[in-house]
Design a binder for this molecule. Sequence first.
Ligand code: NAD
Length: 332
Amino acid sequence: MGDGIGPEIMEATVAVVNALKTSIEWEYQEAGMAAVKLYNDPLPRNTMESIRRNRLALKGPLMTPVGGGYQSINVVLRKELKLFANVRPAYSFLPDGLFRDVDVVLIRENTEGLYVGVEHYIPIGDDPRAVAEASGIITRFGCRRIAEFAYQYALKAGRKKITIVHKANILKALTGLFLETCLEVGRQYQDRLTIEERIIDNCAMQLVINPAQFDIILTTNMFGDILSDECAGLVGGLGMAPGANIGAEAAIFEAVHGSAPDIAGKGIANPTALMLAAALMLDHIHQHEKAERLRTAIKQTLHDDCVRTPDLGGEASTAQYAQAVVERMSQI
Ligand code: NAD
């Protein structure tokens, strides 16, 4: 269910997926702060075993306290289950949003780079934390794996262009290897896809000037983390952005946003991102027609019925919005 707004948006999402009459049977497991309270363990063994067994999970947001010895459970899950590809689509569902023509999929390498967590302090004199040092680790194997995934994804999804995003002008080894390998793997796809490259800072600016020029963005772990929130902002905010973490043996689907402690328990959180993540999960298990029905119902609820949660300027509660989506689905 997750922390903060997790239980509220999960309840809404499960109701909507159940209304689609899929073959999914739910098994509930705890993680994050909720699991710490219950079992004094943020990632209980039962939870890991359940994901390994089912090879599929829909996950609520998990809170990670800043600093002080807590490792992000999201990072642990990605590492342990080797969920190397993070897929985050951003699509303009809102007719009155900032941009009406955004349809970009961000594909982020999920296990390497500066997020490997290799960091430490160096003491100087009586200051035990005088210097902080972090290492980024990128491997040719990891770059090949994510590049291959991205090109294959593009072909299957009928996409036309991939933009490789890097900072190889400054981080010449770390992101230079990423760029070089993605371009090398791309050679066998260049007859079917347009492959271009962009420096991260330029890409961040281009995204707010003309986001429609992007089709698929392929990038490293940290750049992908930042750019995917930017992409979410282009299409109405974090409440609209789903994500999939995919590996060879398991896949976890979630909203891009966190546990939103500022609005938790108020019943006003926007469940769209988690619902769209559920749609990605349905795509993953080849139930495309159901996934498409869910996306169409969400679109109609936001467009035609104008039923929206407060983050999108509406007045609907999480439960009212979910009910409106269910009603729309019954008419499709
Ligand atoms: P956040 O995404 O939780 O919230 C940022 C802002 O967006 C807040 O103002 C929040 O109210 C709003 N928001 C987010 N989701 C919303 C929704 N569905 N509907 C309406 N408004 C929404 O980011 P944060 O505050 O930086 O992080 C809170 C916690 O979540 C932290 O502990 C962080 O580590 C964790 N986190 C978890 C994940 C994950 O589980 N995948 C991702 C990001 C952050």
